[in-house]
Design a protein around this ligand. Structure first.
Ligand SMILES: Cc1cc2nc3c(=O)[nH]c(=O)nc-3n(C[C@H](O)[C@H](O)[C@H](O)COP(=O)(O)OP(=O)(O)OC[C@H]3O[C@@H](n4cnc5c(N)ncnc54)[C@H](O)[C@@H]3O)c2cc1C
Length: 437
């Protein structure tokens, strides 16, 4: 069969189990441990202790670290199955950590598995894969995020050590990570795509300072949050702490960025369905002017539009995942589809979450439902892993790549010329028509 939208019954059983497990065992953690670092920092005693037995069950069930292929240390399910799993995990902040597939550790595991030396894997990948430590990926700089050509954080090889100087911005989980993968300029004489490298920096390295932590959303206190503003002042790491070869930084980064973007989109499907569930429950329960909200056609339009947008987005995400499984590489076709999904994500979130908020009236504005926290993800998903504009540019370039313009005054589809050309081609048939009249 060329197209098949069904899930294998054996895998559906796993998904059904996950669905109950996440609702009954994992979602309560979201309600009790509400700090920004709680799901991610292994040193938080309460959340870590509450997660430990759940992680054990997930490992016993063979559902741990499903983002990785078997030869990289994961379950080897592939991206479509991971997409279906992430739809369930996306409903919960703790879900991905309990299943060993939380960002940014997922991408870091992927590149350590692909490019790490045996020593690097033993020291950094093994405990990360086991869920014992957290990690950070630090690329963005205060003066430049979407334009890597402006990166200035520099590492020079002096003797047997890389010496790092510069600043980094929005390094998620840097505060409590055991190590950071830092994108640095190692050769400023060539374009950044050939002159950047990734270094593994232990969190306790002298010369690495967290200037401040930043929070996303409406947090009134400054300096809390999980995104680090970092300063490197003659920070030294051993020469062997390079991931891949000098100058290979962007090639190494590419595989983690592609995966990261599609995983965000998969989890977003889960979040969107949660918003739709709330929208439906509220509209079926709230009465106004003699009938339930669900009986009002303007409410029905909101529900229908949301369902349709979620379904379209979900199928696009799964299609991109299917392409990754098919090509087993980040080919141009795969990158185009991931970029398209990434660019569509904030728009679908904005529309669906806004409708859900709006249908809840004043209750939706409060901090007493999950809706306002979901609302904060709308701008976040438009920026994290690159702004929407940059991804749209990539999609458009790919769409335009194999097309060409015309060199005539009017376009190919200008009907007077097109009809004339077709008439010449079908002249023999036209003559039959004339003879019949
Ligand atoms: C929640 C969150 C977590 C993050 N975690 C990490 C992390 O762990 N590690 C890390 O390194 N980074 C992280 N980032 C940073 C993220 O990758 C950058 O914010 C992103 O790449 C954009 O960079 P910027 O913030 O400097 O925005 P800018 O590059 O300044 O862009 C700002 C705006 O300018 C416009 N713009 C930019 N470029 C173009 C263009 N080519 N064409 C048209 N318009 C354009 C867009 O409107 C864009 O939104 C995180 C960000 C968020 C929000």
């Amino acid at each position: 069969m060329a197209w098949n939208f069904e899930t294998e019954p054996e895998f559906q059983e796993k998904l059904d189990w996950m669905s109950d497990f996440v609702r009954l065992e994992v979602e309560p953690l979201d309600l009790v441990f509400r700090g920004p670092a709680d799901p991610f920092d292994p040193a938080r005693p309460g959340p870590a202790a509450a997660m430990a037995p759940l992680k054990k069950i997930v490992k016993q069930r063979g559902l741990w670290a499903c983002h990785l292929d078997a030869h990289l240390g994961g379950q080897g399910f592939g991206q479509v199955k991971l997409g279906l799993m992430n739809e369930i995990l996306g409903r919960s902040r703790f879900g991905p950590t309990v299943f060993g597939c939380q960002a940014p550790d997922t991408g870091n595991m992927e590149i350590l598995a692909r490019f790490g030396t045996p020593e690097q894997k033993q020291r950094y990948l093994d405990p990360l894969l086991a869920g014992e430590i957290a990690s950070c990926y630090s690329m963005t700089e205060p003066q430049a995020g979407a334009d890597p050509a402006q990166f200035t954080c520099r590492a020079e090889l002096i003797g047997d050590e890389w010496v790092i100087n510069g600043e980094k911005w929005f390094a998620s989980h840097a505060d409590f990570a055991r190590f950071l993968l830092v994108v640095v300029v190692t050769d400023p004489s060539v374009p950044i795509h050939q002159g950047a490298s990734i270094l593994i920096v232990d969190r306790d390295s002298p010369g690495l300072e967290i200037v401040r932590n930043c929070a996303v959303g409406m947090v009134s206190e400054i300096g809390v949050g999980v995104h680090g503003y970092l300063r490197f002042d003659n920070c030294r790491v051993p020469k062997s702490h390079i991931l891949g070869k000098p100058g290979q930084g962007f090639e190494v980064a590419q595989s983690r960025l592609g995966g990261g973007r599609i995983h965000h989109a998969m989890r977003t499907v889960g979040l969107l369905n949660k918003a739709l569930d709330m929208m439906c429950e509220r509209s079926l329960s709230r009465n106004t002017k003699g009938e339930s909200l669900s009986q009002k056609q303007l409410t029905q339009e909101k529900i229908a539009d949301s369902y349709t947008q979620i379904t379209q987005f979900r199928l696009h995400v799964l299609y991109a995942a299917w392409l990754i499984d098919k090509h087993r590489a980040y080919t141009r076709e795969v990158r185009r589809e991931i970029a398209a999904v990434k660019a569509a994500m904030p728009g679908v979130l904005r529309d669906v979450v806004y409708r859900a908020l709006h249908l809840h009236g004043s209750l939706g504005m409060t901090n007493e439902t999950p809706l306002m926290a979901m609302w904060a993800t709308v701008p976040e998903m438009g920026i994290v892993d690159g702004p929407t504009e940059v991804h749209k540019i990539s999609v458009a370039k790919e769409v335009l790549r194999d097309r060409k313009g015309c060199d005539t005054l009017f376009p190919d589809y200008y009907l007077p010329d097109a009809i004339e050309a077709s008439k010449k081609k079908l002249n023999w048939a036209l003559e039959l028509e004339v003879g019949n009249h």
